[in-house]
Ligand binder design. Structure first.
Ligand code: DSN
Length: 447
């Protein structure tokens, strides 16, 4: 990070930034919702565009001086429409959760029935979970996965017939199979509901042709832009041809819900980064990238299973793998997450279908390949990483969460202390650092 103005002005923040760069370089980022943007995207974000207010939409602004801002935002809109083959796109939502709230407010009234996948089955907070405002201002009827980890379509169909929802969500944050867009379109159409596809996790796969697109099935598509899309943190809300047929004003309603309904000035520096990420996503290289994410995830899944790990749905067809740790005991997710962190691998603890413990101390870990694929890793490395993960998880087998809740944090603190000194985890960390060194991250940023 040569010639840094930040270093001179704010050494404390500079130091944290430098340390974070080193952490990303030396470790394996395997949280499936994380990725590494290009330096071009970062340049667009860290630009003079951050200085400008531009409430409104291109050519209809409440502030002067937006000529160039209009170019930026209109370019992002046009690229989103082109890439996802939809007639309407809004690029202003600050991130996925406000984007989803805008979808609700444009299609439902408070108190209406909505349906989404249950959080602990792999759904998202904003699809109607009780602690989210979406589960409080709407009447949420969640559907679930079956014991085998696949979405229970028949349950969803029955619940829709019984409850007549106004809006149904299809899309998940912890699901390793194809999202069943066609089946949910049939369910939504049979009760006259809007179908919203939240493809935040898989948007890059959709663009790359590695997952079916929801454009012919859903009325609205929402995606964040920073996961498999590899852009900055933001969101797109898109209306499909089908959505326009159901309500020709739906695009306008979504725009009005975002501004002035929910947000003020859009973050045009981020929108510029989104535009650049959309351009990158339209290239043959990105198509290959998306396909490789899936090949890598499948290779990782095979390696994990060959090394004795149990996986939800026994594998994956997307970017993600969900390890079921119950063969080692229930509630082991937090132990595995920390043991892997000591070994230089970042994942997140996660619930598994029919979770036997709790969302805070769940029995699984969720991991994925988008960031490692950006780094250039391939099946051979996935094979090695699967073995490393299995060996790290083996180190937690003698730990189990106390039944007494009062004892849990002290027990975890003791575990962390011991894991930090564990020689096997230290050896694995060394192996991880050596592997990462073969795939340099952001070499242009220097040391
Ligand atoms: N936090 C995101 C994820 O990790 O999947 C969802 O919002």
């Amino acid at each position: 990070m040569a010639d840094s103005k930040l270093q001179a002005r704010d050494p404390k923040i500079y130091e944290a930034l430098k340390n974070e760069l080193q952490r990303q370089r030396e470790g394996l980022e395997m949280i499936p919702s994380e990725n590494f943007t290009s330096l071009a995207v970062m340049e667009a974000m860290g630009s003079v565009l951050t200085n400008k207010y531009s409430e409104g939409y291109p050519s209809h602004r409440y502030y002067g001086g937006n000529h160039f801002i209009d170019v930026v935002e209109q370019t992002a809109i046009d690229r989103a429409k082109e890439l996802f083959k939809v007639p309407h796109a809004n690029v202003q939502a600050y991130s996925g959760s406000p984007a989803n709230l805008a979808v609700y407010l444009a299609t439902c009234k408070p108190g209406d029935v909505i349906m989404g996948m249950n959080l602990t089955d792999g759904g998202h907070l904003t699809h109607g979970w009780k602690t989210s405002v979406t589960g409080q201002i709407f009447k949420s009827v969640p559907y679930h996965v079956k014991a085998d980890g696949y979405i229970d379509i028949e349950e969803a169909r029955k619940l829709a017939q019984e409850n007549k929802p106004k809006l149904i969500w299809v899309g998940c944050t912890a699901y390793t199979r194809e999202f069943p867009f066609k089946e949910f379109a049939e369910i939504a159409d049979s009760v006259g509901a809007y179908l919203a596809a939240d493809i935040s996790h898989i948007a890059g796969l959709v663009v790359a042709g590695a997952h079916e697109s929801p454009k012919d099935y859903a009325h609205v598509i929402m995606t964040t832009t920073h996961k498999t899309m590899r852009g900055p943190r933001g969101a797109l809300i898109m209306v499909t041809e089908k959505g326009m047929r159901k309500d020709p004003e739906l695009g306008e309603k979504i725009n009005k819900t975002i501004f002035p309904g929910m947000q003020g000035g859009p973050h045009e520096n981020v929108i510029a980064g989104i535009a650049t990420a959309l351009l990158e996503a339209s290239t043959p290289d990105f198509r290959e990238y998306g396909q490789q994410i899936v090949r890598n995830a499948k290779a990782l899944a095979s390696s994990l299973m060959a090394n004795g790990m149990k996986l939800v749905t026994d594998g994956t067809v997307n970017h993600m793998v969900l390890i079921d740790l119950t063969p080692l005991g229930k509630g082991k997710g937090a132990f595995a997450e920390y043991a892997l962190e000591v070994a230089g691998i970042t994942v997140n603890k996660n619930t598994i279908p029919k979770e036997p413990a709790s969302p805070f101390y769940p029995s699984g870990v969720r991991l994925g390949t988008p960031a490692l694929t950006t780094r250039g890793m391939r099946e051979q490395e996935m094979n090695q990483i699967g073995r490393i993960i299995a060996e790290a998880c083996n180190e937690i087998k003698y730990y189990s969460m106390p039944e007494n809740k009062e004892e849990r944090s002290a027990y975890l603190a003791k575990f962390r202390d011991e894991a930090g000194k564990n020689p096997k985890l230290q050896a694995l960390k060394k192996e991880v650092i050596e592997l990462c060194a073969k795939f340099p991250l952001y070499p242009d940023l220097g040391s």
